[in-house]
Design a protein around this ligand. Sequence first.
Ligand SMILES: [Zn+2]
Ligand SMILES: [Zn+2]
Length: 91
Amino acid sequence: MTGPALDLDDTSRCALAESCERCGTHSDDLAVATAGTELGVYCLTLCDGCADDGRLPRRSAAATVRAVLAHCEHLDCDLDRMAATWRGEQR
Ligand SMILES: [Zn+2]
Ligand SMILES: [Zn+2]
């Protein structure tokens, strides 16, 4: 059973935070970005500057797992499917 390909970078159902998750800026330039980690892909809100920079806020492993699980919900997939897709993309 295979559904349509899973786009881990799809942020159309992710929530935009009120401020940048890396520098805390409140601005109109915020956008949802995705970040790939060893644990999976999660979404986060970044301002223009931080998005350009490409660096990510520090998160504990537990916080990363929570963020990855939340992004799974946004994508309406389970963690196994995300992990399989993510490993496939890294090849
Ligand atoms: Zn920022
Ligand atoms: Zn998300």
